[in-house]
Design a protein around this ligand. Structure first.
Ligand code: PMP
Length: 460
C-alpha cells in the first residue's frame, strides 16, 4: 500500500481522529463508541462528498454559513491573489490594508442606516465579546457606568467564549463551567409552538417581549446596558418570533433607553430572503453582529457593525479602545468577504430567495405538515424548522426530549441529507444557491427520514 493510499483510507483517518482530535459540542467517548467521525472530503454546489464517495445534500450550509454554496473558484482566486500581494498585516498601530477598508465601506452601505462603522474579529463569539465590552464602555463614557447588565434570551445562541456563552441562554453551556458571568441575564424566548400554550401567537409575542421589560424593571433601568437577540434564533431551533414581538421589543428598549443589538450571525447575508434579519422585521439596531455568511464560511471573519450613537461617543470621548485581535481585519478574509458579497449581488441571491426559491422551498416544506410525526412547519426564505410531536392537536412532546429528533437525524445521515436535530425540532438552512429541483430533492429526503423515524416510534 502506498503512503497516499494509507493516508486516504477512511479507517486510518477515523482512528487518528478518534485518538487525537477533540470535536466541538461532542461526547468524545460516545463518538468513538459509534465508530468515529464521518469524513467529508469534497463539496460542490449544495452537495458534500465523504471519504467513502457518498454524496450528501447539505441542507445546513455547513454550520449555517456556506451561503453561496461550495466550490467557488472566485473565492479561491481572491484568497490566492491577496495572499500573494499581502497575506497578513494587522490593523493595530495606525495601519490598515485595502481589503479591510473596502469591506468596511461595503458593509456600511449594505447594513441598515446608521450602522456606519465596523470592528473586525474572526468568529461570531469574538464579535459578541467585543459587543459586551463596547456597550459597557459606551455607558461609562455616557456618564452612566452603572449600566452594565445585558439582557438576552433563554435558548439564544451567541457563541462559545466566556462572554458570548454568558450572553447565550443555553443551559448545558452554562452548566459546563458555572456561567453566566455576572451582569448577564436571560428572559423567555418568543417560541410560540413550544411555550405559547393557549395564547394566540400575537398575544404570546407581546408577552415574550414584556418579559424583557419585567427584567429591566427588576434590575433597575439605570443598570441595564443592552438587549441582544437573534432576529430568528437559529441554533435554538429556528424560533421565528410572532410578528408582534420585535416592534414591542424596540418600543421597550427605546422607552428605557437601552441599546438594541441584533445578532445577525445566521440571519445575515440573505438567509431570510433579505440582506439581514433586521430588514425582515424592520429592526433598527444600535449594533449588529456579523459572521458566517460574510465569507460564506470560506475563511473565518466576523464584524461588529457599530451605530452612530455608540461610535460617535467612543470616537469623541473614548481615547484608546483597549481591545482587539491579531486577526482583526485580516486582509485575506476581507478580500474573500468582498468577493463573496459580489457573488451574492451579481447572482441576485437575496432577491432569488425572496421572490422565487425561498417561497418555493417553504411551500414544499409546508407539505411535510401532513406527516403524522409533524406538529408544525415554519420558516422564511431559506431557514426552516419541522417540529416532531407525539400528538398534533395537543403539540405533545417526546419523553425523553430529543428521542424523535435523534432518530430522524440518524435517518437523514443514512439517506444522504444534512438536517440538524435541535431536541425534537429538525432544522434546515440550505445554501442560497439551492435550485427548485434541489429543493424537491431536499424535501423528498426529509420526508423519507420522517417516515423512518415514525416507523421506529410506531407512529402512524
Ligand atoms: N451568534 C449566532 C447567532 C450564532 O449562530 C453563532 C454560531 N452558530 C455565533 C454567534 C457564534 O459564532 P462562532 O461559532 O463563529 O463563534
Amino acid at each position: 500500500m502506498t503512503t497516499q493510499t494509507i493516508r486516504n483510507s477512511t479507517a486510518v483517518w477515523r482512528a487518528a481522529d478518534t485518538r487525537h482530535h477533540l470535536h466541538p459540542f461532542t461526547d468524545f467517548q460516545g463518538l468513538a463508541a459509534e465508530g468515529g467521525s464521518r469524513i467529508i472530503t469534497k463539496a460542490e454546489g449544495v452537495w458534500l462528498e465523504d471519504s467513502e464517495g457518498a454524496r450528501i445534500l447539505d441542507g445546513m450550509s455547513g454550520l449555517w454559513c456556506v451561503n453561496v454554496g461550495y466550490g467557488r473558484e472566485r473565492l479561491a482566486k481572491a484568497a490566492y491573489e491577496q495572499m500573494l500581494a499581502l497575506p497578513y498585516y494587522n490593523t493595530f498601530f495606525k495601519t490598515a490594508t485595502p481589503p479591510s477598508i473596502e469591506l468596511s465601506e461595503k458593509l456600511a452601505a449594505l447594513t441598515p442606516e446608521g450602522l456606519s462603522r465596523v470592528f473586525y474579529a474572526s468568529s461570531g463569539s469574538e464579535a459578541n465579546d467585543t459587543i459586551a465590552r463596547m456597550v459597557r464602555r459606551y455607558w461609562q463614557l455616557a456618564g452612566q457606568p452603572a449600566r452594565r447588565n445585558i439582557i438576552s434570551r433563554h435558548n439564544g445562541y451567541h457563541g462559545s467564549t466566556m462572554a458570548a456563552a454568558s450572553l447565550g441562554g443555553m443551559q448545558p453551556m452554562h452548566e459546563l463551567d458555572g456561567l453566566p458571568l455576572p451582569g448577564f441575564h436571560h428572559v423567555r424566548q418568543p417560541y410560540w409552538f413550544g411555550e405559547g400554550g393557549d395564547m394566540s401567537p400575537a398575544d404570546f409575542g407581546i408577552a415574550a417581549a414584556k418579559a424583557i421589560e419585567d427584567k429591566i424593571l427588576e434590575l433597575g433601568p439605570e443598570t441595564v446596558a443592552a438587549f441582544i437577540g437573534e432576529p430568528i434564533q437559529g441554533a435554538g431551533g429556528v424560533i421565528i418570533p410572532p410578528e408582534s414581538y420585535w416592534p414591542e421589543v424596540q418600543r421597550i428598549c427605546k422607552a428605557h433607553d437601552i441599546l438594541l443589538i441584533a445578532d445577525e450571525v445566521i440571519c445575515g447575508f440573505g438567509r431570510t430572503g433579505h440582506w439581514f434579519g433586521s430588514n425582515l422585521y424592520d429592526i433598527k439596531p444600535d449594533m449588529m453582529t456579523l459572521a458566517k455568511g460574510i465569507t460564506s464560511g470560506y475563511l473565518p471573519l466576523s464584524a461588529v457593525m457599530v451605530g452612530d450613537r455608540v461610535a460617535d461617543l467612543l470616537w469623541s470621548e473614548g481615547g484608546e479602545f483597549a481591545h482587539g485581535f491579531t486577526y482583526s481585519g485580516h486582509p485575506v478574509a476581507c478580500a474573500v468577504a468582498l468577493e463573496n458579497i459580489a457573488i451574492i449581488e451579481e447572482e441576485k441571491l437575496v432577491e432569488r430567495v425572496h421572490d422565487d426559491t425561498g417561497p418555493y422551498l417553504q411551500q414544499q416544506l409546508a407539505s411535510l405538515a401532513e406527516h403524522p410525526l409533524v406538529g408544525e412547519v415554519r420558516g422564511v426564505g431559506f431557514i426552516g424548522a419541522i417540529e416532531l410531536v407525539t400528538d398534533k392537536a395537543s403539540r405533545g412532546r417526546f419523553n425523553p426530549k430529543g428521542r424523535a429528533g435523534t432518530l430522524c437525524r440518524d435517518h437523514c445521515v443514512k439517506i444522504g441529507v444534512v438536517s440538524r436535530a435541535v431536541g425534537d425540532t429538525m432544522v434546515v438552512a440550505p445554501p442560497l444557491t439551492l435550485t427548485r429541483e434541489e429543493a424537491d430533492e431536499l424535501v423528498k429526503r426529509l420526508r423519507l427520514a420522517l417516515d423512518g423515524a415514525a416507523a421506529d416510534l410506531n407512529i402512524k
